[in-house]
Design a protein around this ligand. Structure first.
Ligand code: ZN
Length: 242
């Protein structure tokens, strides 16, 4: 069976649609969503509706938490705060109540799922490199932990007591002797210099997890952002993936 893992959609409907189309051609049976349906982008309602309809697992991201009033936005940067103002203005009651049912973490087989980090799931800590990953391995029991939050794909593996190391490819075979932390990247606002939408497919038969990059109509999203008066910085960044 193939499982599609998506994260950090950030109200980018064109990117979400493109990933869902790719998921369909890959004959994916289940979809797990790792958080941040809203924030930054122009289409929070349609994205929450689609995620609600399509995803079997739905996690809460920090922007989702802010939108439902669980997180004060004072620690957000100015652009995140401005876009949260727009998000809260347009989100429907129905979608807010859907988001209130998003979970903090979930697990499936040997896989733990959390939006930010196993060490600090509710204070939204970041795992940006192998050092951060090393520290986090002791905070989950499962063989693999999949995350989002940084918007940068990263695969880290750890052999028993050795220090962990980054995998140089965008895919990995899950070996019994290793443990893994895998950041699946962002659907709606990638920040690794590649503007294409990022998500992951886990093939439970081959035991391979692979990051996929999908082109989408970024200019259409940008025009909607301009029409919604969202900050120019946010409009520009999705075209360069930074
Ligand atoms: Zn995010």
């Amino acid at each position: 069976m193939k499982i599609g893992l998506i994260s950090d959609v950030h109200a980018n409907l064109e990117a979400l649609d493109a990933c869902l189309a790719d998921i369909k051609t890959e004959k994916v049976k289940r979809i797990f969503f790792l958080g941040d349906a809203v924030g930054y982008g122009p289409d929070p309602n349609k994205c929450v509706e689609l995620i609600h309809k399509k995803a079997d697992v739905k996690l809460l991201g920090n922007h989702d938490a802010a939108a439902i009033g669980l997180l004060n936005t004072s620690y957000f940067n100015q652009y995140a705060q401005l876009s949260m103002g727009y998000t809260c203005q347009v989100l429907s009651e129905k979608n807010l109540s859907r988001m209130k049912r998003f979970q903090m973490e979930a697990s499936f087989d040997m896989m733990k799922m959390v939006h930010s980090s196993p060490k600090e799931p509710t204070s939204w800590g970041y795992i940006l490199d192998v050092e951060d990953a090393e520290e986090n391995f002791k905070y989950f029991e499962q063989q693999v932990c999949v995350i989002g939050h940084s918007h940068r794909p990263l695969i880290v593996k750890k052999y028993k007591g050795n220090r962990c190391e980054a995998v140089a490819h965008d895919f990995v075979h899950i070996d019994d002797d290793y443990r893994y932390i895998i950041n699946i990247g962002s659907v709606g606002q990638p920040r690794d210099g590649d503007p294409r939408a990022s998500y992951m497919i886990y093939d439970t038969e081959t035991n391979i997890m692979s990051i996929r990059r999908v082109e989408y109509d970024c200019e259409k999203t940008q025009q909607k952002m301009i029409n919604a008066n969202l900050p120019r910085f946010l409009v520009d960044r999705i075209a360069v993936g930074k």
